[in-house]
Design a protein around this ligand. Structure first.
Ligand code: ARG
Length: 577
């Protein structure tokens, strides 16, 4: 679908030559920039006309007349390659970027996307491997929202289950294990100890089960202890969310679905889906080796049972177009079973539920996960990254007051970690190599932020004081034909791709496309900017007043798009670093 007037004009030209809708045509970049700016294959149109695509492409090119947005058309095999009318395209893209209208904000109108992300388990540290869910989910919220969707960011806190019986039992048995002030690390250690001692002392298993039973029945002491552990955990998680600028629309833990359990079990029984197997209650699913477990043989409901209730709750509350679960790929079976069971139960909306899986993070060649003994804490990674970049920023920006250096370092340090988690395709494992993550050159977060800061610094040097909106108004009057170099056009051509890239990232739930796009934009900008080193006429801050003004406009448009893109990834855009 074309998202800019230039791409639309190209699509309309082909569409009007045959009975196809312009909306259905794919507008692509030709394989080489020399061929043109936009390529459209004539396959479907030719079929409708019973012609060969190459013949139709040649006919369209031969009868082409230049228009407001298009300068020329040539046929290459089955493709028509169009060239943009550059001054008009420059003006449009600069104005759209400066007024934040580059993205198709009507795309998601009237549609709701639920995004379950982060969703850690209480009484366990938010360790490094949690960041991927948190960071990918947060980015998806920004992406969908930018496209006009209503988004519901959900933290499905893991705050229920037999684990909590172990914690309460452990705290009663060994109060000295939780010295004040109690933190999540101590709770995590207590849980590990309980599990270990349970291996040799089977009585402990019983004890934990008893405490969980009391918790389920609403026993005051059990409830109070559980609540306390939950509060301690949440307070710690929140400091991390604050650092990342995350707020959830809904924090509803698994415990919130306790009351819905009888209803879920009844529904599944009534529909003839659940059955007893070795004392447990299960749903057997066609094509799956393992059944979905609803209830253990001692009557406790499980993670899956609560997820069935949560899915239904989300449907009745939000009537979502898509309900996403950003959870590591290790839970693929769970989600496959969950959605299949909902489908078997006759819920048409089950097909709108999607698991958005992601790969693990390897730190120093080692995969991190809860079971990997050496758990690296997220807050420590952020602190280390921030420490790492501070001296460089302090050196580059000696004129900045220390608070601003600290603030920028925080933005860059956290941004570096965020970017490293997004730049790798979602389903691939991330190799987290520290030096690469915080490097200023290379495909890193700091490199993108630096590129944004460089645009800002050029504008500062030029005494640019206009707001983006003022600049956009001014763009109406300027002569964009002064941007006559291919290096300048390459930047504008890249900006024109932004809407398509973001729409695709939403469709595939893949923020990594935006990461690579921004790296390309930074590269195009840098090529243009450095071309001025060898050729004075190409300098942004050249002598000719009118040329300088349009070059600054293009710089401001890059800066605005870079900031917008970084925002979609959940990263800050510093003005100096
Ligand atoms: N708490 C779970 C875990 O840490 C993730 C929950 C994901 N969301 C869900 N609805 N199951 O593994």
């Amino acid at each position: 679908m074309p998202y800019t007037p230039i791409a639309s004009a190209a699509a309309s030209t082909v569409a009007s030559a045959a009975a196809v809708a312009a909306q259905d045509l794919k507008v692509e970049a030709p394989p080489k920039a020399e061929l043109g700016d936009f390529a459209i294959g004539c396959f479907a149109a030719a079929k409708a006309q019973r012609k060969s695509p190459a013949v139709l492409a040649a006919e369209i090119a031969a009868s082409f007349a230049p228009s407001q947005w298009l300068a020329s058309a040539t046929a290459t095999g089955p493709f028509v390659n169009f060239r943009a009318a550059r001054p008009a395209a420059f003006r449009w893209v600069v104005t759209a970027a400066l007024t934040d209208q580059l993205l198709p904000r009507a795309l998601g109108a009237g549609q709701t996307i639920c995004i379950d992300y982060s969703s850690p388990n209480i009484s366990k540290s938010l360790a490094y491997h949690h960041i991927r869910s948190t960071v990918i989910g947060h980015s998806l919220v920004q992406i969908f929202r930018a496209l006009g969707y209503r988004t519901v960011g959900i933290n499905h806190l893991g705050d229920w289950g037999t684990t909590h019986g172990m914690l309460i039992a452990g705290a009663k048995l060994w109060p000295e294990a939780l010295p004040e002030p109690v933190d999540v690390a101590a709770l995590g250690a207590l849980y590990q100890r309980y599990r270990k001692e349970m291996e040799t002392d089977p009585k402990l298993e019983d004890l934990a089960r008893q405490w969980f039973g009391r918790l389920e029945r609403g026993d005051a002491e059990a409830r109070a202890m559980w609540q306390r552990f939950r509060d301690i955990s949440w307070a710690e998680f929140e400091t991390v969310y604050q650092q990342l600028g995350i707020t959830f629309d809904e924090v509803r833990g698994e415990s919130a679905y306790e009351a819905a359990m009888p209803g879920v079990l009844e529904e599944m029984a009534q529909k003839g889906l659940s059955k007893e197997s070795e004392g447990a209650l299960v749903i057997e699913l066609p094509g799956e080796k393992a059944p979905l477990l609803l209830k253990t043989k001692d009557g406790t409901t499980l993670y899956a049972t609560r997820d069935l209730a949560a899915a239904q709750y989300r449907w009745t509350t939000y009537h979502f177009t898509r309900s996403l679960y950003v959870v590591d790929r290790g839970q693929a079976l769970h989600f496959r079973q969950l959605f299949a069971a909902l489908g078997l139960a006759g819920h048409e909306w089950a097909s709108r539920c999607e698991h958005v899986p992601f790969g693990l993070v390897r730190l120093g060649g080692k995969k991190t996960g809860t079971r990997a003994g050496n758990v690296v804490l997220l807050k420590e990674v952020f602190a280390d990254a921030t420490d790492d970049v501070t001296p460089r920023i302090a050196e580059n920006q000696a004129q900045l007051p220390p608070e601003q250096v600290a603030e920028t370092a925080r933005m860059v340090g956290i941004g570096a970690v965020v970017f490293a988690n997004l730049v790798t395709q979602r389903e691939k494992d991330v190799d987290f190599t520290w030096e690469k993550v915080v490097s200023l050159d290379g495909d890193s977060g700091p490199y993108l932020q630096y590129s944004h800061a460089r645009c800002a610094s050029i504008l500062r040097k030029a005494g640019w004081t206009s707001s983006n909106v003022e600049a956009a108004a001014e763009a109406e009057q300027l002569d964009f034909s002064r941007l006559a170099h291919d290096a300048e056009w390459a930047v504008a051509r890249r900006l024109l791709d932004f809407p398509e890239i973001v729409a695709r990232a939403a469709q595939s739930c893949e923020p990594h496309g935006i990461c690579h796009y921004l790296l390309d934009l930074a590269g195009d900008f840098s090529r243009w900017y450095t071309a001025g080193n060898g050729d004075a006429t190409l300098r942004v801050l050249c002598d000719d007043e009118d040329t300088r003004r349009v070059r600054l406009m293009l710089t401001a448009a890059v800066r605005a798009t870079m900031a917008r893109g970084l925002g979609l990834l959940g990263m800050g855009a510093p003005d100096a670093m």
